[in-house]
Design a protein around this ligand. Sequence first.
Ligand code: HEM
Length: 524
Amino acid sequence: MGITAVDVVLPCAIAFVSWRASILLYAYRAYGPSDLYPAFIPLSLPGVTFGMGLIWTWNRRPDGYGNKECIRITPLLWGYSTLYVRSPEVLRQVAGGGSNKTWIKPDWANGSLLLYGQNLATENLEGWRRHRRIMQPSFSRSTYELVWRETTRIYHDMVKTEGWNTQSGSIVSIKAINQLTFKLGLYVIGSCGFGLPEKFTWADPPKGEKGQGNIQSNIASVEKSSLTIQFAPKWIWKLPSKRLRTMWEEYTSLTSFIHTEVAQRKAIIDEALANGGDDALDSVNQDVFSRLVLASQSDGKQALSDSELIGNTFVLLFAGHDTTSSTLAAAIALLAYHTDEQDKAHQEIVKVIEENPQFDFSLSSQLSYITSIFLEAVRLYPAGEVGIRECLEDTMLRIPPSDEKSPPVDVAMPKGSTVVVDFIAMQYHSRQFADPLAFRPSRWAEVGEDSATAFSTGPRACIGKKFAQTEATCFLTNLLRDWRIEPLLNPGETKEQWKTRVLGKVKIVLTLTIADVPVRLVRR
Ligand code: HEM
């Protein structure tokens, strides 16, 4: 008798159901009954973040928590049980990930940040401490002063090169302000993080040696295609597909840019060392890139391997521009819609500039409303939407109660458990922020900057927070001083329809970015 389909399908179905049941049972045994975390989601692709992306659209995600601080998701068909949290209290317990032994950033969660090698954002334990020791000193007051100066220079370069008419009342229509903020972000990190102001002029962006696109299109393309580049077999790049060929060329262009810059900076540092030893190094720029290159040439505790040097260069280019640029685009969109907030911001700028004619970094502490606009934009559109941690040993997590009357709950987390800190749900949580859906920059005067969890917290908090904040405050100040921002409406479209089209949409690839923001700038 031949084998029928039933003979094959039935055992497979039994094996599959048993496998999924064992995962559910394991989750039940390890973490206890599900009343604390009742969410069971039917389907998730391998890798929790992808599952989340498919299942919870970004702005509906906070609803998934009901009144709970965290939920456990055990997909019925694929993937393992994971704890999703929206409590700053839990963030504080796990965020140090990699600075201590309990919670680390697992490699599988770093995705394309590992494309060019280990780096500050992906390393753990001693490796992480070494990277942070090297980079931290470059994030100093003198860097922020430079960020302010360079952002202003690049703003003026942009207005001139884009040919904007600067007569009062002139109008500039921009289909996607994101394209400009992304260019700005890249140029500021290129100039201040890499010490390359002469390479980053608005009219002539740096090109990779292989000649495909420019550095900006290279990074954008690599961001989109990083998983293919990382995991696809080599032969696919030989297939006769224009799309694949462009993808590969953009990647190799970016690679050649990074390698060329590293080689040139190495040569400058070698020369300084040969000419006068350590003293001569003072003449070499102390930007973060030079510090990385220097560390790759030293022995002992500070040494960085070539692959770590390249990895950090990439992460700096990427994390240093994509996040800030997208937040700036969101801030501009929010201001275009909320004209009352824009007026308040403009009044602050006029007052501060009137009282302080010098336009430098010292103004930033007085422009608190402008900084609040940035903090509110990053709250509503957190570029880093999740933080993933895995525990290396059995441990406990203290979960705060969802109401004031109940006590906190201690939950056992067996070795190997995963926690996903959900920054979107955290920042839309009414326990943290009253009226969380509203754009209200003034709330930051009450809650204080420490509540800006979009940059994470503790020893592994974002190293570039002040860098981003300085750049954004400076750019918004320049822009709002000179221009009134309005929504650029489609024919027949109302402002409310524009709001739904623009403010309601994001893309989540490696980071969360707002959809294209069409605006009109009216010269004041
Ligand atoms: C709006 C702007 C930004 C946002 C929202 C943001 C968000 C974050 C978050 C949430 C983390 C922690 C991730 C985790 O631990 O899982 C982080 C880390 C990091 N950020 Fe940012 N970031 C921004 C700007 C920047 C800038 C401008 C730079 C560089 C100039 C930068 C470089 C880094 C690096 C290197 C890390 C890893 C730090 C470590 O692990 O020690 N970021 N960022």
